[in-house]
Design a protein around this ligand. Structure first.
Ligand code: GLU
Length: 467
């Protein structure tokens, strides 16, 4: 491709940036990056009743979190009414649009008649050839061509042909003077120099209308790619019911942005059997030809699996920073960053999200309330009392709290008692962790530190004494 590629993501700020929107954004972003082009963000906030500043913020936050940066400041449609109106006036002056004074009642009767005759509801063009007083209530309609067809060579779906006779004379300015959605989109795509429109397939029916409008304002048709929808695991369109929430909820739930990005990429796009893609790889490999033509299904298990992969890969100091707010939810503040990083390194393979990672790191920093019932039943039995007392004595006497010496101490106690390793190690592990998943015992003890280890042993010894 020779000319500069310019794509855009054009969300309507009427809710969160959800999974479907984020995927559209990612594909548009990747396509631009892949071709050395530009990616722009446009906030389609013309629906004043449904658009909210919170939703605009949620979109900006979500895009920033996923690092889908744009090459320019976002464009807000509400700032551009003057321009849209100027375009509408020009179309009027050129006879490419006309005033329509048909009443709501007339349009309703027309529609009912068409429905009864099983025809597609459509404006009959009564005002096309009439002059309507500019001071009387009216809307402005686009004079859609009546002959021929619009051919869309969709980059995903292939050729689609729409007969002009099937298309309506779109309203481009409402009776209150507000430009309409389709008009704004077309003027923006034109002014922003967009070359490729990548969006959900729920917009397919708008595409031929927008192409006709674009031609009328002097533009040439763009390339279009309509993405198949995303289904929930029950086969219906993905919605909140399936737990599909705003992108920032995934941050709250302890997902890493690179995991969600990788997940979104695979939601409808594939490259052989490969599952894991770095950002660089995504950019190098992304191609609209590899977008599936059929809908894809959301699968939380796979997202969790990817998140675990990225948790294992992530830089420890970054992970420590990311984990802190999750520890804070348990009222845990860690001052020693180096220690926290070691704890994370020891525990991260036992968690799929930051929420779970905080959970499995908790016992290093905070007393647990109770022993895990099953673990205690199995290992904290009266037979464990004397081995735990012995290991406690040895540990009290230990001069340096290092993995090697801790390992030696447990081994010595085992030898002293002439029992299997587990007879000492299991109760000891439950005594210090409460039953939480933990790494090698010597590592657990070394990370836990002398003070906590001894205190917990004493707690277990009194627990056993009271049995
Ligand atoms: N604002 C539209 C939406 O949120 C997208 C329009 C477009 O991409 O052309 O569905």
């Amino acid at each position: 491709m020779s000319a500069l590629i310019r794509t855009r993501f054009a969300p309507s700020p009427t809710g969160y940036l959800h999974v479907g929107g984020a995927r559209t954004a990612l594909f548009s972003w990747l396509y631009a990056r892949r071709h050395g082009g530009e990616f722009l963000l446009r906030i389609e906030d013309t629906d004043l009743e449904r658009s909210t500043p919170e939703s605009v913020q949620a979109i900006l936050d979500g895009m920033a979190w996923l690092d889908l940066y744009a090459d320019a400041e976002p464009i807000f449609q509400t700032h551009r009414f003057e321009r849209y109106n100027a375009v509408i006036d020009t179309l009027l002056a050129k006879g490419l649009a006309y005033r329509c004074s048909c009443s709501k009642e007339r349009l309703e009767t027309l529609r009912e008649g068409q429905m009864q005759r099983k025809e597609k509801p459509k404006y009959d063009g009564r005002c096309r050839h009439q002059s309507v007083d500019a001071n009387a209530p009216h809307v402005i309609r686009f004079r859609n061509p009546t002959e021929g067809a619009v051919v869309v060579d969709d980059q995903i779906r292939g050729k689609m042909i729409f007969a002009n006779s099937e298309l309506d004379d779109l309203i481009i300015r409402r009776s209150d003077g507000a430009p309409t959605y389709n008009l704004s989109v077309v003027v923006d795509d034109f002014d922003m120099g967009i070359t490729d429109v990548i969006r959900g397939d729920d917009h397919i029916s708008n595409t031929p209308r927008q192409i006709n409008l674009l031609r009328a304002i002097g533009g040439t048709p763009l390339r279009y790619a309509h993405l198949p929808m995303i289904l929930g695991d029950d086969g219906s369109r993905l919605s909140k019911r399936h737990g599909a929430v705003g992108v920032m909820q995934y941050a709250e739930d302890g997902y890493l942005p690179e995991a969600l990005l990788n997940y979104l990429l695979r939601l409808g796009w594939s490259h052989g059997e490969q599952e894991i893609f770095s950002r660089q790889e995504m950019i190098a490999l992304f191609d609209l030809n590899d977008v599936n033509r059929s809908p894809s299904s959301f699968n939380t298990e796979k997202l969790r699996w990817l998140n675990q992969h990225y948790l294992k890969e992530a830089d420890l100091s970054r992970l420590a920073t990311l984990l802190r707010p999750f520890l804070a939810r348990h009222a845990i503040t860690v001052t020693d960053d180096d220690h926290l990083q070691q704890v994370i390194a020891a525990q991260r393979e036992r968690a799929q999200t930051l929420v779970e990672l905080a959970e499995v790191c908790r016992f290093y920093y905070q007393e647990f309330a109770d022993y895990d019932a099953a673990a205690a039943k199995k290992s904290l039995t009266p037979a464990a009392l004397v081995p735990l007392q012995t290991v406690h004595q040895h540990l009290v006497a230990l001069s340096e709290w290092q993995r090697a010496s801790l390992h030696q101490t447990v081994s010595d106690t085992v030898a002293e008692w002439g029992v299997g390793f587990g007879k000492v190690a299991m109760p000891l592990r439950i005594a210090v962790t409460g039953g939480a998943p933990s790494p090698d015992l010597d590592l657990t003890l070394s990370l836990l530190g002398r003070e906590r280890t001894l205190a917990r042993l004493e707690r277990a010894i009194s627990y056993l004494g009271a049995l």
